[in-house]
Ligand binder design. Structure first.
Ligand SMILES: C[S@@+](CC[C@H](N)C(=O)[O-])C[C@H]1O[C@@H](n2cnc3c(N)ncnc32)[C@H](O)[C@@H]1O
Length: 393
């Protein structure tokens, strides 16, 4: 496919998304009806679509969208944002999009309002500013870019240096990431990872660097029993188990999310018990309970940009309620002297420090010993981790 034809495909997919389909669904539907498109075409089109979703407001404004964005406006805006003249690709020739109309060809505004330029929803700007202060503009600028591809090296199976060199032998370049001693930042050929023997035999996993840094903060040494209460796919369960031996118990309100965990654990040389709520209670107390709670995901909007635009004040309030509830229903599982680790991939104070402060007011006999927030400026996704210790009586 030509660059213009890829843009035309992205326009079609974005229009389908703007009409209500999830972006992944719209991409899959397009690929099914265009089987001639090769993997390189599909990857390039996907990049166009996700770039546009990350930068929805600014691209729409640069593309001259009136009220609501359209696929065409987004792609015209994307080209202008990259300093490329849209006329060179919107030629109408072959499979290229139709030439620009007179209104589309009008020069774009030169000074976009700050929330538009930063692709920040208006209602969220004050909340993000309250949380990030002067870091808001640089963090939101980074949020407009693609997320880095980062690996976690399974230290049970290899070392970071050996993994780096084995990857290089396969043509995959990676460099140590400063945020965690297990992290490698992939700088070349990330598309080769899925078929790499290192991935297939459990020596590496895809995992964000800040996510790994959070796991490195957990007091695992000497812990005999560890519960991952919101385990999901089990990324953090596996990362913990690769750091220190213990009995690892994984739970999730939606157990089907953990369906790949046994196979991933087997590949990684790790044992994990999957447990329902009754079993979680019967196995308590735990030395460490990890609560990687559901949240706005504001730290990972680069990877899931639809979530940035879908979040509403009502949904945020609902999430805060679930977070409170999870803290309240699990803290009794922690042994005296043990730790409740409260983690989000959010940068919003309302889901982080405010939740911890409110929990400490509700639950006497607990203290917060460590609290750290990561932003995109640290080199990974945005995360928050607070270690709450149950003071022995
Ligand atoms: C942030 S994700 C977990 C990601 C996972 N820890 C990882 O590292 O791959 C949050 C998870 O919490 C689960 N969840 C939501 N509400 C819950 C609840 N009340 N109790 C337990 N798990 C819950 C969701 O199903 C989701 O899988």
């Amino acid at each position: 496919m030509t660059p213009s034809a890829r843009i035309a495909a992205a326009i079609e997919i974005l229009d389908r998304h703007l009409a209500g389909s999830a972006a992944e669904q719209a991409l899959t539907a397009w690929a099914r009806s265009h089987r001639f498109a090769g993997s390189g075409d599909r990857a390039a089109i996907r990049d166009h679509v996700f770039d546009a979703l990350r930068c929805l407001r600014s691209f729409a404004a640069l593309g001259g969208a009136a009220e609501l964005p359209t696929g065409r406006a987004l792609m015209i805006g994307a080209l202008r944002d990259a300093g490329i003249s849209a006329e060179t690709l919107f030629t109408g020739e072959g499979h290229a999009p139709a030439p620009l109309s007179a209104s589309e060809a009008r020069p774009p505004p030169t000074d976009l309002p700050p929330n538009v330029a930063l692709d920040c929803p208006d209602w969220l700007a004050p909340l993000l500013e309250d949380s990030l202060g002067d870091d808001l503009p640089p963090v939101m600028r980074l949020m407009r870019q693609r997320a880095p591809v980062t690996l976690r090296v399974n230290l049970l199976r290899t070392t970071r240096a050996k993994a780096q060199s084995a990857l290089a032998d396969e043509g995959i370049s990676a460099v140590p990431h400063p945020l965690a001693d297990t992290a490698l930042h992939v700088t070349e050929n990330p598309h080769k990872l899925r078929n790499s023997p290192l991935y297939l035999d459990g020596r590496i996993e895809l995992q964000d660097a800040a996510s790994q840094a959070v796991v490195a903060m957990l007091p695992l040494t000497g812990a005999a029993r560890v519960l991952d209460y919101c385990a999901g796919g089990g990324g953090k369960t596996l990362a913990m188990a690769a750091r220190a031996p213990a009995r690892y118990v994984a739970h999730d309100i939606a157990p089907q999310r953990m369906r790949d965990l046994p196979e991933r654990a087997r590949r990684a040389g790790i044992r994990v018990d999957l447990a329902d709520s009754a079993r979680v209670a019967s196995l308590s107390p735990y030395d460490l309970v990890l609560l990687d709670v559901p949240c706005s995901g504001s730290g990972s909007w680069r990877r899931a940009p639809e979530a940035k635009w879908a979040l509403t004040p009502a949904r945020l309030a609902e999430l805060q309620q679930v977070q409170r509830q999870i803290l309240d229903e699990t803290h009794e599982f922690v042994a005296p002297g043990g730790v409740l680790a409260y983690v989000t991939c959010s940068m919003l104070r309302a889901e982080n420090g405010d939740q911890v402060a409110a929990f400490l007011r509700r639950a006497p006999g607990w203290q917060c010993t460590v609290q750290r927030r990561f932003t995109l400026r640290d080199g990974g996704d945005g995360f928050f981790c607070a270690l709450l210790t149950r003071v022995p009586r």
